[in-house]
Ligand binder design. Sequence first.
Ligand SMILES: *[C@@H]1O[C@H](CO)[C@@H](O)[C@H](O)[C@H]1NC(C)=O
Ligand SMILES: *[C@@H]1O[C@H](CO)[C@@H](O)[C@H](O)[C@H]1NC(C)=O
Ligand SMILES: *[C@@H]1O[C@H](CO)[C@@H](O)[C@H](O)[C@H]1NC(C)=O
Length: 386
Amino acid sequence: MGRTIQILLLSCVLGIFSCVPSLAQDCASYSFSKNQVYTTCASLPVLSSFLHWTLHPSNNTVDVAFRRSGSAASNWIAWGLNPSGQRMAGTQALIAYRFSNGSVRAYTSSITASPTMLQSNLSFEVPSLTAEYTNGDMIIHATLQLNSNLLSTNQVWQEGPVTSDNPGQHAMASANMQAVGSINFQSGATTAGSNSRAKKRNVHGVLNAVSWGILMPLGIIIARYLKVFKSAGPAWFYLHVGCQISAYAIGVAGWGTGLKLGSDSPGVKYDKHRNLGITLFCLATLQVFALLLRPKPENKYRMYWNFYHWSIGYSTIILSIINIYEGFDILNPEKKWKRAYTGVLIFLAAVAAVLEATTWMIVLNRKKTEDSHLKHVNGNNSRQAV
Ligand SMILES: *[C@@H]1O[C@H](CO)[C@@H](O)[C@H](O)[C@H]1NC(C)=O
Ligand SMILES: *[C@@H]1O[C@H](CO)[C@@H](O)[C@H](O)[C@H]1NC(C)=O
Ligand SMILES: *[C@@H]1O[C@H](CO)[C@@H](O)[C@H](O)[C@H]1NC(C)=O
């Protein structure tokens, strides 16, 4: 009995030890299919990627293996060096993907501002380049003939879909945007990128969702429903103007960050989102002027002004919501953000529906009392006339 337990314990311990290498397989002890050995390995911060390499200091050549573990068979992968910065444009890239017939293509591409990913020579020689797809890992093997200033530089990596045997545009999710960093082939040090662009995109998203997407509809709800309560007096007007002016200020700031993002990334175009944004800015600016040019309530033109103000107001809200969802598709943040915004919209719509019903009740009631009051007065009159 005691012996059985001992054997069980021993096999447990052995089992755990045999597990350890497979856990550590992620980097240094990963065994390549052709037993290639690299002296250094770095686990990259996003996209489940690893860079293995061996530097030959005598002639500045580096043997590298870029590995994307758990890669979809239908994805392309790319890794490259970019001495000009931690960004896509300027990257001297190695690219690999599988053809639909199963064979793997590996080639070099010097990425420009408009990323065609067509084959081209790099700024340095690549004497050997192959790629393989094994057990769900896509791996590029290459030898790079570097000059000394490329021994410590920036690295960029990426993945994206392949359609009809050609690489397509990669997603803009935060992991894709964070796939930059620095690499020192000599010391083995790698750092994650500063990633200021991803931060700017989030700031842009939050500013615009709050201003155009929440404050402005709220301002319309205030104007439409608070007006009915006579006790609220002119308060609704000041609340409405205050809400819309702050929404406009925040919205213009958000709009500016969008223009900056656009000018910072030549070659990446979101025409629909951009044009809607510019239209929205014009419509909202018209509304601010409408406020200044508003005729007095008793003025005979006030009716036309109201029609103008309301139609532009409602168009702005509808276009804003469309553009915010466009933005969600571009930014592709975690699902919860889109859900949270949809939740806020549903809440505002529910509040508006309840207030709309209440308003109708109040207005009808008011009318009824006024009517009966009139009838009463008429009745008295007729009696008097008799
Ligand atoms: C560079 O040096 C290494 C080791 O010294 C050698 O194996 C390799 O063939 C050399 N490469 C070139 C391109 O000279
Ligand atoms: C697979 O398809 C590609 C592109 O169509 C072609 O270049 C390659 O030779 C094919 N490979 C095999 C093994 O048929
Ligand atoms: C690319 O490099 C190869 C080898 O160095 C050379 O033969 C070829 O002409 C180059 N192609 C272009 C377009 O420069």
